[in-house]
Design a protein. Structure first.
Length: 541
């Protein structure tokens, strides 16, 4: 009669698809079944399989089920093909072999390692310890090689994610390159268009659901595409939500820029990913076909920062929502409707009021505001158009040379600041040990300098990108001009035009406003570069 009720434990670290069983699993099963057939004192009562789980962690579903059966007394023997199937973490594997299994009277057998805890000659502690150390060393070595290989691929602009973002598919010619999904790509473009038209994320989600358009997860399930599993993704009623829409609207991938390495693990034994600082992200411009222009993407990010409360019964926001500022107290202005008989008059006013500290609150009629803003915007568009014409008539090489010198100067200044910040941070520990600063001051200053370092490195990276574009003659330095010239001939203002061209409107009085236009720095820079180029031309001539 068999004396041991055994569980065959099978594990494979990685598989492309957990829905199908890996060949290695079948191989382990055959080895264990053959072993049990040759040992009549063992009866195989169950099999536990963790297909696609690392051996560095013991938080595996099948393994936990097996431990529950051990504590319940259902099994008293565990059989694995080799010791690494049980685990690759030296300390935790040793704890199970030396303390937990013996405490429950469990016999452990590793077939290919010739380890059997019921036989003293085959369960030498030193042998087991050495094998555990070797298994962990192997796992660490594989982790380093894999991380390095993936990092190289990312820096080469290859896509290495397990799942593609909604709107893209992996190319049939190259699995490391993204191509637009004809159907989902159209949906993504529609989402950006609706947002530019003033619809909120919640309204967009509601419209998509009402049209019967499948959510990203439902679409991937329907098409049999790879997708995330567990938690929300297991729900059958996964519909469009405001969160899903916002995630799409904030994803830079749709501009053709591949952004990878956002998350990572600090150590090969830690599997829970953490968000990395943006300075460590790997960006590759023009890595794939864009679904949305950079101009529209940047405009959507701008819109997301504004107040987007909708008009009652309407799908879009008010014309000046989130843009009006009281010139006296600096607070946001509100919209108010005043009815006189059957007529309604709309005003903008400062809700702070004199009682709360605004010394000169203004109430401005909406029709007057629209008229004033419209005329001012038209004049500004005319100025931008004239500037564009002047730049076209000026030697492009002279402008590029002036831009190169300007960017190089900014980079040099930022590098000087970076060196200074790194030097200050390096001296912090010495100041702490000498008693010049306290531990609290040390921690605060270290955090401050680290934040400054990240900001400066980001600035240097962006400036270098602009400098490379100028040197390679592939920059679109006048791209911002189209933000205004696209509205040449405009007769009435709409929400898209207002948000695209205006940053804020400060109401100074009933007859005076100050408009802060988008790209004012670029406008001034263009004027400066134009003057430098013309001066160089006069000097050369």
């Amino acid at each position: 009669m068999p004396q041991f009720k055994a569980a065959a434990y099978i594990r494979l670290s990685y598989t492309n698809d957990r829905s199908t069983e890996s060949d290695s699993v079948g191989n382990q099963r055959r080895i264990i079944e053959d072993f049990v057939a040759r040992n009549p004192d063992i009866s195989l009562v169950e099999e536990k399989v963790d297909d696609g789980y690392t051996g560095l962690l013991f938080d595996r579903p099948a393994y936990k089920e097996m431990m529950e059966d051990i504590t319940a007394g259902k099994i008293n023997c565990v059989i694995v093909k080799d010791l690494s199937r049980l685990g690759r973490e030296y300390i935790e594997t040793g704890r199970y072999l030396r303390r937990i299994f013996p405490a429950y009277g469990v016999r452990f057998i590793s077939i290919t390692d010739n380890i059997d805890t019921s036989r003293e000659q085959n369960s030498d502690d030193l042998t087991i310890s050495i094998r555990n150390i070797m298994n962990e060393s192997y796992s660490r070595d594989i982790s380093v090689k894999t991380r390095t290989a993936l990092d190289v691929k990312r820096r080469n602009g290859d896509f290495v994610g397990a799942f593609t973002v909604y709107g893209y598919l992996k190319s049939e010619d190259s699995r490391n390159r993204l191509v637009p999904d004809p159907y989902a790509g159209r949906v993504v473009r529609d989402i950006f268009r609706m947002r530019l038209d003033g619809m909120s994320a919640a309204k967009i989600a509601g419209k998509l659901n009402s049209l019967g358009i499948l959510s990203p997860l439902a679409y991937k399930k329907r098409c049999g595409l790879p997708h995330a599993r567990n938690n929300y993704t297991d729900r059958e009623d996964c519909r469009w939500s405001a969160t899903t829409v916002l995630r799409i609207l904030s994803d830079e991938t749709y501009t053709g820029t591949l952004v990878q390495g956002k998350t990572g693990t600090p150590h090969y034994k830690i599997k829970e990913p953490e968000l990395r600082p943006s300075s460590e992200w790997i960006r590759t411009a023009d890595a794939h076909e864009a679904l949305v222009s950079r101009q529209d993407f940047d405009l959507v990010q701008r819109i997301r920062q504004l107040d987007t409360r909708h008009a009652p019964g309407e799908e879009t926001v008010y014309l000046f929502s989130g843009l009006l500022i009281c010139g006296c107290c600096g607070g946001p202005m509100s919209r108010k409707t005043v009815r006189a008989g059957e007529r309604a008059y709309v005003y903008y006013y400062c809700p702070t009021g004199k009682k709360r500290g605004c010394s000169h609150p203004v109430m401005l009629k909406e029709t007057s505001l629209i008229e004033c803003v419209t005329q001012t915007v038209k004049s500004y568009i005319a100025n931008v158009s004239s500037l564009e014409a002047l730049m076209r008539s000026t030697d492009a090489e002279s402008i590029a040379r002036a831009m190169t010198e300007e960017y190089a100067g900014h980079i040099e200044e930022n590098e000087r600041k970076l060196a200074q910040t790194l030097r200050y941070r390096a001296n912090l520990y010495e100041s702490l040990t000498e008693g010049i600063i306290t531990k609290t001051e040390y921690a605060n200053l270290k955090q401050l300098y680290s934040r400054q370092e990240e900001e400066i490195r980001t600035s240097i990276r962006l400036l270098n990108e602009k400098l490379d574009e100028v040197r390679e003659n592939r920059d679109e330095r006048n791209r911002w001009i189209r933000q205004f010239t696209d509205f040449t001939g405009m007769k009435t203002l709409d929400r898209k035009a207002v948000v695209q061209m205006i940053r804020s409107i400060t109401v100074l009085g009933k007859t005076e406003i100050r408009i802060s236009f988008a790209y004012e720095d670029e406008y001034r820079q263009a004027l400066s570069l134009l003057e430098q180029a013309r001066a160089a031309e006069r000097k050369a001539g």
